[in-house]
Design a protein around this ligand. Structure first.
Ligand code: DX5
Ligand code: ZN
Length: 215
């Protein structure tokens, strides 16, 4: 199983986003993680479609869009048209999960479902065969720079066993509090797409940081 690192631009220098993207391209990062928050599903508001369109114009990197919004189904096509390569929605949102997966795939984009730290792995059971990726949140969604929640590790392992026993080709992404100490723990449990924001953007040597997190 191949490991990937997805850089969360929530921690990037927004006034110099293009420069940050160039730095990430040179660092060996595999994807850009784009956190969309609507101030209702989570207590924070970030950026949306116009910024994604600009980022799409600026880079050929895989754009991994994490929707922390109340009704993701309503916006799937807009995010696909704006350049997303992967669209992740939350199972705790108000949209029907099966319909949302189908809508994402109908746009020719990879589909992923996210679960918050308190949500059981069972929440993605029914849709697992249709998913390209499951996102196990390792902090409460809403803010960068939080501490990793240990109790999510067992859930990663449970999902990895389920995916492997069904013979599915489905990545497990983790997001929140991923750093040099927690990356080996989540990789061992079976995660292979590691999102990192504050740890990467704080690093003196970005290339070395990416290499360390990727394992
Ligand atoms: C939190 C976001 C994360 C966040 C991760 O809701 O989904 O992507 O940027 O940031 P760090 O790596 O700093 O925990
Ligand atoms: Zn995220």
């Amino acid at each position: 199983m191949k490991n990937y690192v997805s850089a969360s631009i929530l921690s990037a220098d927004m006034l110099n986003l293009e420069r940050e993207i160039r730095r990430l391209e040179e660092s060996g990062v595999d994807m850009l993680h784009f956190d969309v928050m609507d101030g209702v599903f989570v207590n924070n508001i970030t950026y949306g479609l116009p910024v994604l369109q600009q980022v799409r114009k600026a880079t050929g990197m895989t754009l991994d869009v994490h929707l922390m919004i109340t009704d993701p189904l309503k916006y799937v096509k807009n995010f696909a048209d704006s350049g997303a390569d992967i669209i992740t929605f939350h199972t705790e949102s108000e949209s029907d999960a099966k319909e949302t997966v189908r809508a994402i795939k109908a746009c020719g984009v990879k589909a992923a479902a996210a679960i918050k730290p308190g949500t059981s792995a069972d929440a993605v059971c029914d849709i697992l065969p249709e998913l390209d990726m499951v996102l196990v949140m390792t902090v409460e969604p809403g803010f960068g720079g939080q501490s990793f929640i240990e109790s999510t590790v067992d859930k990663i392992a449970t999902l990895r066993r389920r995916i492997d026993s069904l013979g599915l080709d489905c990545d497990i992404q983790v997001d929140g509090g991923i750093n040099y100490d927690t990356a080996p723990v989540v990789r061992k449990a079976g995660a292979n797409v590691l999102v990192s924001g504050s740890c990467l953007f704080r690093a003196d040597d970005l290339t070395e940081a990416v290499r360390s997190i990727k394992g």
